[in-house]
Ligand binder design. Structure first.
Ligand code: GLY
Length: 411
């Protein structure tokens, strides 16, 4: 098979690494990819939002399967476009992906289908300036629409809420959600979904805040562990019954059936699991820890979904725990500099550590930083502690100017 992976971050590095292991693959391409991805796939210089160019590339290069990594091409309707031309593609349609791409749609949907989620109000941004003076703090503010991981803020007071609204305005936000703040443990639950059928795929825990101890601003994710230590099999059954099944049936009823990987971001509270957000894709950096543990051929998984055979799919996982630590540029998640030389990647030489590249590019013999999140060092171990020690041993060998990372992933 000829396969095209769309995207160029750490998640796509993990997808390419996994897909390259399949003996069903003839040619593997990634658009646009990065310096690490180039070790396993031919890079195609087309950005992930260039739907027409990606479509032409797939047609002209006899691509048998396209796998979409990020949400942007999903929101632009890449799956609809490919399906109309009967090109095989793995991911949800633009209508189904609204569960991620419009927080207002997602909240109204959950309210309509009685899926447990914190209460929230949706309003135009200008009205939110008044409303934040009357709500109980802390409050969660969310921007409707895609915000590259910067669309959520937990405000402790009116001053912080105003700053969040100003930032959302700067990103073009017009609709805002004000959501009740819940306390509990966050966990991510991933489902393989095909219309009204879904099976549990895996669990992970993401470390969203920039700094140790869950302090500092939200980021796209500074590390992950898999499996999640908090999701037991009893809880998994509860999540499937109270959240996943009504969600998939609800999307079918709305005329937006879901096919692909559904990311359920949860807050586990004393009153049970609540959905904080849905995403229409694999998480980044959850994909890195999870795909290191997955033993089943990725192509078999995709085929089972696309051919409506999910009930026959047997998933095999390593019993080991994976810990993934993100190395980020100075300034991230705010403005950051690119082009710093990365040293020490050749010193990692530990077969249980995979240095997935997130934002890198090659110039001559050098690998340079090329994004906010630069690398995601991912290690396996017999337990969380062993995986964590191995990941951090690798971190100690790598450096670039201004490198920042959390020291408590998997602690
Ligand atoms: N790690 C969170 C996300 O991928 O959205």
């Amino acid at each position: 098979m000829n396969i095209l992976v769309i995207g160029g971050g750490g998640r796509e590095a993990a997808l390419v690494y996994k897909i390259a292991q399949s003996n069903k693959v003839k040619k593997l391409f990634c658009a646009p990819g990065n310096a690490g991805i180039a070790e396993h796939a031919t890079l195609v210089p087309i950005a992930a939002d260039q739907i027409d160019a990606l479509f032409l590339f797939a047609k002209n290069n006899h691509i048998d399967l396209t796998v979409v990594g990020p949400e942007l091409p999903l929101s632009l309707g890449i799956v609809d476009r490919f399906r109309e031309a009967e090109l095989r593609i793995f991911g949800p349609s633009a209508a189904a992906a609204q569960i991620e791409t419009s927080k207002a749609f997602s909240k109204r949907f959950m309210q309509k289908y009685k899926i447990p989620t914190p209460e929230a109000e949706v309003m135009p941004l200008h009205e939110a300036y008044e409303r934040i003076r009357t709500v109980t703090m802390p409050i969660v503010l969310k921007m409707d629409g895609l915000a590259e991981g910067k669309g959520v803020c937990i405000a402790q007071n009116v001053h912080e809420a105003e700053a969040a609204l100003a930032a959302f305005k700067g990103r073009g936000g017009t609709q805002i959600l004000l959501e009740r703040f819940l306390t509990g443990v966050e966990a991510t639950f991933f489902v393989l979904a095909d219309h009204d059928k879904g099976i549990p795929f895996f669990t992970a825990q993401d470390y969203k805040r920039l700094l140790d101890g869950d302090l500092g601003p939200n980021t796209g994710g500074m590390g992950s562990i898999s499996p999640s230590p908090t999701i037991t099999s009893a809880l998994e059954k509860e999540i499937m019954a109270t959240i996943v099944e009504p969600t998939l049936k609800g999307l079918v009823a709305e005329g937006a059936p879901y096919q692909g990987i559904l990311y359920v971001g949860l807050m586990l509270t004393a009153e049970g699991p609540f959905v904080l957000e849905f995403n229409a894709r694999l998480g980044d950096p959850e994909a890195q820890s999870v795909l290191r543990r997955l033993q089943t051929d990725w192509i078999d998984i995709v085929d089972a979904v696309l051919e409506h055979r999910l009930d026959q799919l047997q998933l095999a996982w390593s019993n080991e725990t994976a810990v993934a630590v993100v190395l980020a540029s100075a300034g991230y998640p705010g403005p950051y500099k690119k082009g710093e030389v990365i040293l020490g990647l050749d010193r990692i030489n530990d077969p249980v550590v995979t240095p997935f590249h997130s934002g890198t590019k090659k110039e001559g013999d050098q690998i340079l930083t090329n994004g906010g999140r630069v690398l995601c060092l991912t290690a396996l171990g017999k337990d969380q502690q062993e995986a964590r020690e191995r990941a951090y041993r690798a971190v100690d060998r790598v450096s670039f100017h201004g490198m920042q990372y959390r020291k408590d992933i998997g602690k």
